[in-house]
Write a protein that binds this ligand. Structure first.
Ligand code: 1JT
Length: 259
């Protein structure tokens, strides 16, 4: 078959695998299937041990696994410097990282603390700017950066609270970065994924209700899977999407079009 994707033997950095259910892991599997080389970043030791086991189980041979704490500019600089030593050119980055204090997701939005707000923004939105800045010099052949968002960025989804505001900032950040980096042929897009039961969704009391509502009302009458998000991510990282930048692409069974 002709290779429309052109990701084979190219180098992609995947940030945010916490376990088997992570969206980032879905993207990694799709990239691997298409013949891409994978570099992973992790934050916690627990994520590293999960990732190591996943790589063993699936017989995926990562080019590099490197620690990266996106709350620290220095840590991001160090991570991309190690990546540069290993591969010299990268062709894409997958940013699949978000965090907020659990109080800020449980309490009413009006009680969001100054610290909780800043922390959610720093981890979930600013981190994309810092990552793009360090990735840019390594993307000397052009490239594609994707970030993960959710409908709560633009609509009120009960309980999403401070994360909704952080995802709104993330989506806007995607557009400003797309403008800035476009002349270097670096594209920046977001995937707005439908609700999926990941570690992030754990402890959200209304989550099952959300999944049911989607099955009943979304155009496709079903929820989406990790591999469907992975495959669209692959498309956005590949040559198939070479003229697409600054876009928010919905992988949500069409749920977002409903009034
Ligand atoms: C975070 C969390 C980012 C949960 C996330 C997330 N992006 C999507 N989800 C799932 C979700 C969560 C809520 C929700 C709907 C979907 C939790 C940790 C911080 C980062 O509310 C209706 C709360």
């Amino acid at each position: 078959m002709t290779d429309l994707l052109r990701v084979k033997d190219k180098n992609f950095v995947v940030m945010g695998v916490a376990n088997e259910r992570s969206l980032a892991w879905g993207v990694a599997k799709s990239l691997h299937q298409a013949g891409a080389n994978l570099i992973f970043t992790y934050r916690k030791e627990r994520s590293l041990s999960k990732l190591t086991k996943l790589l063993e189980k699936t017989e995926i041979d990562a080019k590099l696994v490197v620690e990266c704490d996106v709350n620290s500019d220095e840590s991001i600089q160090e991570a991309f410097s190690k990546i540069g030593e290993q591969v010299s050119v990268i062709h894409g980055v997958v940013h699949s990282i978000a965090f907020a204090n659990s109080e800020d997701l449980k309490n009413s939005f009006v009680n969001t603390s100054r610290e909780g707000y800043a922390f959610a923004q720093d981890t979930s939105a600013y981190s994309l700017i810092a990552v793009a800045r360090e990735a840019q010099p390594l993307m000397s052949e052009g490239g594609s950066i994707i970030a993960m968002s959710y409908l709560g960025a633009e609509r009120v989804v009960e309980g999403y609270n401070v994360m909704g505001v952080a995802k709104a900032a993330l989506e806007s950040t995607v557009k400003y970065l797309a403008m800035d980096l476009g002349s270097l042929n670096i594209r920046v897009n977001a995937i707005s994924a439908g609700a999926i039961k990941t570690l992030a969704a754990k402890g959200v009391p209304s989550f099952n209700e959300i999944l049911h509502k989607i099955e009943e009302t979304a155009p496709l009458k079903r929820n989406v899977t990790q591999s469907e998000v992975g495959d669209m991510s692959l498309a956005m990282l590949s040559d198939l999407s070479r003229a697409v930048t600054g876009e928010i692409v919905y992988v949500d069974s069409g749920y977002n079009i409903l009034g």
